[in-house]
Design a protein around this ligand. Structure first.
Ligand SMILES: *Cc1c(COP(=O)(O)O)cnc(C)c1O
Length: 429
């Protein structure tokens, strides 16, 4: 399998090259030149398979040129060493808890897979500098994934004052080969700085840069695995799956799974007030704009970077995209009332992102009278947002020990203006 850039450069690269580069030289995102269809044997056996076994079958068509079976299965076993339970809240209503990894958000799946792939490829000798912009959860997942990996330095950029206290502590207290930059700007500024750094000639002469954002193919591909896993657990008619979305890497993983043959009735792209993608589904116009701050801050993205990959999956056919995806935007007031509602109705405490997902599922069901099983993804542990939940739902949230530990450590961050010149000085010093 080779990979192409979404910006149209005809150069085909291997998985290894795509992972090491992160972004393509023409600033496009890598995507697979063809989407493999998995055999019916696999779909029949899926309910009996373990999560890593499913992961192996799903990823090997993409990686088999660069990762031998044994290496891939080792990497996947280390990546998916935590459970992903499908929890039944009511008949036909489920949540897929993606937050049981070490940093308590779904980003652990992609970040751990990427870290292990890069670590394996870096063994071939080079010092690698990983740049990562975070709206909250990516930074700690990536930092944790790379902590003390030799040959790799990680630079995390996060928007000052726009991540939760716990998230900030998680990403500024790692130390060692992990450095955090506190950018006076938005997530989009952080993402722009990373993109500019990649295409800066001077930086590329001195450093081997790569990206750990969902623009990296090794973060994106493994995010399709748990869709197979969820459908296998459900073992019912094709479900509707609601994905709380910001940069659209998670849902793009699900769309890829469907294109590989996984039966899914409909995807719900559930955004907060940053609703560029739902607007696109409604109008056909993709108009990125500045992000606004919301309660579900990990989705405060005004220019969802995986949009070009979604276009590629559907050969840019708008009718096919709108046929598979229902878009919805959930304002903060609705996020709050939904948290309360889920708590009351199911005695289950969602985090604000999961609540946005549930809201999307409910709106879809109302609009279409849908009876299919519905799954909403729980993308973060509620304790990561305990202040919000305590304020709006009046519930005490138990904070897992590993999270509480981060709160007690001293914060180390480097203040940064959203300016490439200043960032370069730090990188080259
Ligand atoms: C990153 C994140 C999202 C959004 O995922 P995308 O792949 O960027 O759409 C949703 N919820 C949480 C908790 C996140 O950390």
């Amino acid at each position: 399998m080779k990979f192409l850039s979404t910006s149209g450069n005809p150069e085909k690269v291997t998985f290894r090259e795509a992972v090491l580069r992160g972004l393509a030289p023409d600033k496009g995102l890598y995507y697979p030149e063809t989407i493999p269809e998995l055999p019916s044997r696999f779909f029949n056996e899926m309910p009996q398979m373990s999560l890593p076994e499913i992961g192996f079958e799903v990823l090997s068509p993409f990686t088999n040129e660069d990762l031998e079976s044994k290496i891939l299965s080792d990497i996947i076993n280390e990546t998916l060493n935590f459970p992903i339970p499908l929890v039944e809240l009511a008949p036909s209503t489920y949540t897929l808890e993606l937050f049981h990894g070490p940093t308590f958000a779904f980003k652990d799946v992609g970040a751990r897979f990427l870290a292990r792939c890069l670590g394996y490829f870096a063994n071939q000798g080079e010092q690698i500098t990983v740049l990562v912009a975070t709206s909250g959860d990516t930074g700690s997942a990536v930092g944790h994934g790379f902590l003390n990996v030799s040959g790799v330095k990680v630079k995390i950029l996060y928007p000052s004052g726009k991540v939760s206290k716990l998230q900030e502590q998680q990403l500024t207290t790692l130390g060692h080969n992990i450095e955090a930059f506190e950018v006076s700007g938005t997530f989009d500024d952080c993402q722009r700085l990373v993109k500019e750094a990649f295409t800066d000639r001077e930086l590329n002469e001195h450093l081997t840069l790569t990206s750990a954002n969902s623009i990296n193919i090794a973060r994106w591909l493994p995010q399709s695995i748990y869709y197979f896993w969820a459908v296998a657990r459900l073992n019912m008619e094709p479900p509707v799956i609601s994905v709380p979305s910001g940069n659209y890497g998670n849902i793009a993983g699900g769309l890829l799974a469907k294109a590989m043959g996984l039966p899914i009735k409909k995807f719900i792209a559930a955004s907060n007030a940053n609703d560029v993608f739902p607007q696109y589904l409604a109008s056909g116009q993709f108009n990125p704009r500045d992000s606004v701050k919301t309660l579900s801050n990990a989705m405060d993205v005004g220019n969802p970077s995986n949009y070009p990959r979604i276009l590629e999956i559907y050969d840019k056919l708008f009718e096919e995209i709108t046929g598979d995806i229902y878009g919805i935007s959930c304002p903060d007031e609705q996020t709050i009332s939904t948290i309360r509602k889920i708590k009351q109705q199911y005695n289950y405490l969602p985090d604000p992102h999961g609540a946005v997902g549930y809201y999307g599922l409910e709106k879809y069901r109302e609009q279409y009278g849908s009876q299919e099983p519905g799954i909403f993804l729980e993308t973060a542990h509620p304790a990561k947002f305990h202040e919000v939940l305590e304020n709006v739902a009046g519930t005490r949230v138990n904070i897992p020990e590993a999270l509480a530990a981060a709160l007690g450590k001293p914060k180390h961050s480097i203040p940064l203006q959203p300016d490439l010149g200043e960032f370069k000085k730090h990188l080259l010093r």
